[in-house]
Design a protein around this ligand. Structure first.
Ligand code: V55
Ligand code: FE
Length: 498
């Protein structure tokens, strides 16, 4: 099937028969309140807070049959945990797009980010769907999508308060879904790409104070317009990996797909000193590789050490068409890249200085987490989602990335790798770390992860001892229905909640 720019909009209330909209990955669209989830085991009494996660849970059948999973409507899950009890809430984010489509009882927005494919009725209205990540900063709960501005939500009711642009201080139509909270200063360190709302080569950088004031706004020029999904921040540096998953304004007019993988271009890494700013940018030449998600990075004098998942292809297979007509998919693997800043070049050249690279773990994986209190400096512990075929069979592929069949704890001191295998036909999602308390040592706490029980067509939510994954769940929260497979979540301590 080829998707063309003119493809007509079906209005029937029926989702397409494709992997993104079928079986375990079918839209759920249930806004639920389940008071007191059933619990197997016991929720540790010292856990008090809320776990939030963002999913794409398509409200209406897409107007284009080849629509991609990540184009769905933001659906937020909240699990409020206190005194050994857990209450579940799920709500759609009431984006403008959601409200307009609900009123029309059909989808009006077309292909991911390509407004040439939208219904003329929504011309000029942004397609933000707040489906990628939830962050808590400055007492605000924000649902993020890198193609648009954040939406603010009520942290208790999950009601949508509206688009949040930091009081107009961004001058951008977009905002990353992966801002980093500086654990020492409380700042939100963020960027935006394609901030004009269409492909362009400018990257905006923001330092945002703990109370939400933009204290610094800078920009620099990218080698090309490409998907900038995640990045890395150390105490001293910002690290961007550019890969040729490119977008082009002219092509948008004739082809619906926003990104294509162009292996004729190079990958590049930009390292920017946080204090000096973009004037001190250094460029490194990278193997043709795409960062999917980052674990953590730190600076040691002239060296920068960056731990992240990289794929040797345009891994985001939701964008099937490449300029070559072939997508050579190689899954993301956790790597450590070490840069010598005395070698960096002043511009992104194809044969510039490079870096040392080695694998942190051999299994394909993604969705890493570290203890957020240790972000930006040398950390010892990391947790990742993984596909380890020695532990169990391959779960069916979903519409995104490699299916995981386990979570793995990486201890960078002992080099020990400890998996948690949730059983057959079970796929964990991104693990989120819950510190035991503000003064707990690194890693001392819990991991929470949503497990897809593929055969049962529902989910469990497991709570594990983060430093003893092998012991199995301390508690398993039984979700009596299926949650749509999600992207990124966060944990908010109870004392910060209203
Ligand atoms: C990603 C996800 C997105 C997106 C762009 O996981 C990249 C990668 C959920 O939305 O818009
Ligand atoms: Fe992400």
């Amino acid at each position: 099937m080829t998707d063309t720019i003119q493809e007509a909009s079906p209005s029937a209330m029926r989702f397409p028969d494709s992997v993104a909209f079928n079986g375990f990955f079918a839209p759920v669209r249930i806004e639920a309140d389940v008071y007191d989830l059933e619990v197997e085991g016991a929720i540790p009494a010292d856990i008090d807070g809320a776990f939030y996660r963002a999913a794409a849970d398509t409200q209406y059948p897409p107007s284009r049959k080849e629509d991609i999973y990540i184009n769905g409507d933001g659906m937020i899950t909240m699990v409020r945990i206190k005194d050994g009890h857990a209450d579940l809430r799920t709500r759609f984010v009431r984006t403008r797009r959601f409200e307009l489509e609900r009123a029309a009882r059909r989808s009006l927005f077309g292909a991911y980010r390509n407004y040439f494919t939208d219904d003329p009725a929504v011309a000029g209205i942004d397609d933000g769907n707040a489906n990628t990540a939830v962050v808590w900063h400055g007492g605000k709960l924000l649902a993020l999508k890198e193609a648009a501005l954040p939406y603010e939500l009520d942290p208790v009711t999950l009601e949508t308060r509206g688009i949040y642009d930091f009081g107009g201080q961004l001058s951008s139509r977009t905002f990353t879904a992966h801002p980093k909270i500086d654990p020492l200063t409380g700042e939100l360190i963020a960027f935006a790409y394609n901030s004009s709302g269409r492909p362009d080569n400018e990257i905006l950088l923001f330092d945002i104070s703990p109370s939400g004031v933009v204290t610094r706004r800078q920009s620099f020029t990218a080698p090309y317009s490409s998907m900038m999904h995640d990045w890395l921040v150390t105490r001293d540096h910002l690290i961007f990996t550019f890969s040729p998953m490119i977008s082009d304004y002219e092509r948008m007019k004739t082809e619906p797909q926003y990104f294509v993988w162009d292996p004729s271009l190079r990958s590049h890494v930009a390292i920017i000193p946080r204090r000096q700013g973009v004037g001190g940018i250094r460029w490194f030449s990278a193997e043709l590789a795409m960062e999917t998600h980052s674990l953590n990075a730190w600076s040691e004098g002239d060296r920068v050490i960056a731990d992240h998942f990289v794929a040797r292809s345009g891994w985001f297979s939701q964008f099937p068409k490449t300029t070559e007509g072939i997508l050579h998919e190689a899954p993301p693997i956790a790597h450590r890249w070490t840069f010598d800043l005395s070698e960096g070049a002043g511009a992104p050249v194809s044969d510039g200085p490079t870096y040392q690279s080695h694998r942190l773990y051999d299994c394909p994986g993604d969705m890493p987490r570290v203890d957020p209190r240790f972000l930006m400096s040398k950390n010892r512990h990391s947790w990742i989602g993984c596909l380890d075929l020695d532990l169990g069979p391959m779960p069916d592929f979903g519409p995104m990335g490699p299916p995981f069949n386990c979570l793995v704890h990486l201890d960078d001191e002992t080099k020990q790798r400890t998996p948690f295998f949730p059983g057959p036909d079970s796929a964990p999602e991104e693990p989120v770390f819950i510190p035991k308390g503000p003064d707990a040592a690194e890693g001392e706490g819990y991991l929470i992860s949503v497990i897809g029980r593929r055969k049962l067509n529902r989910n469990d939510i497991v709570i594990l001892d983060a430093l003893d994954l092998g012991a199995g769940p301390l508690a398993t929260l039984k979700v009596p229905f299926r949650l749509r497979y999600a992207f990124h979540g966060t944990w908010v301590p109870g004392e910060e909640l209203p």
